[in-house]
Design a binder for this molecule. Sequence first.
Ligand code: PEP
Length: 251
Amino acid sequence: MRRPLVAGNWKMHGSTAENAVLIEQLINGIDGRREGAEVVVCPPFVYLPEVVRRLKGTPVRVGAQNVSAEPGGAFTGEASAAMLKDVGCEYVIVGHSERRAHYREDDAVIARKFRAVLGQGLVPILCVGETLDEREAGSTEAVVGRQLEAVLSLAGVASFARAVVAYEPVWAIGTGKNASPDQAQAVHRFIRDRIATGDGKIAGDLRIVYGGSVKAGNAAELFAQPDVDGGLVGGASLKGDEFLEICAAAG
Ligand code: PEP
């Protein structure tokens, strides 16, 4: 039985004061039942220690939005997986499409980041997904398959026992246009089948979450799909009430 997961990606939004208000809303509204969804928030790097401190003792976990592939050294502006662990992170988003597109992160560096996160005992949330052009060209499975393959060949299928995969069609991120439940389910099934070719048990236990314009109004139908185990939520995770509704829809 896979426990659903809902992660809020705050992207480059927030301030100390705004975060305090949002966290207060989450703490007051969260359903902490163990059988409910696991809830994670991913603030910008600079706010991580503060958010960890505010959420200490609550059921809400904290993740980072990015990580260096390197363990340490002369890498100005970067933060290592060990540093993220040190400040209390438990999850790390790896390979978000905004990192792939704006910062030219390729499959190889993303695979190294994935391995660095696992090396510190943290949970990577590996983002995969196709652009609109790729979908229209009929290459969704080829693209997602290639993105998975890079990680599988570096880290091995066993590494997916401690990972989460987020299917995030690029055309659905921040656009207000979500994948239909059927479209999401088809790609989630493809991802699970691909992992199953390496290990059926790991594939069956793997949480595959959907991201791309998840809102309170569409979460329940997306999460009702058999291979959709929750969501990675951008814009709607900044609104406390809506994020709580999405978490409730996950379980
Ligand atoms: C995201 O940032 O991962 C995301 C899915 O954003 P949004 O929910 O705003 O589409």
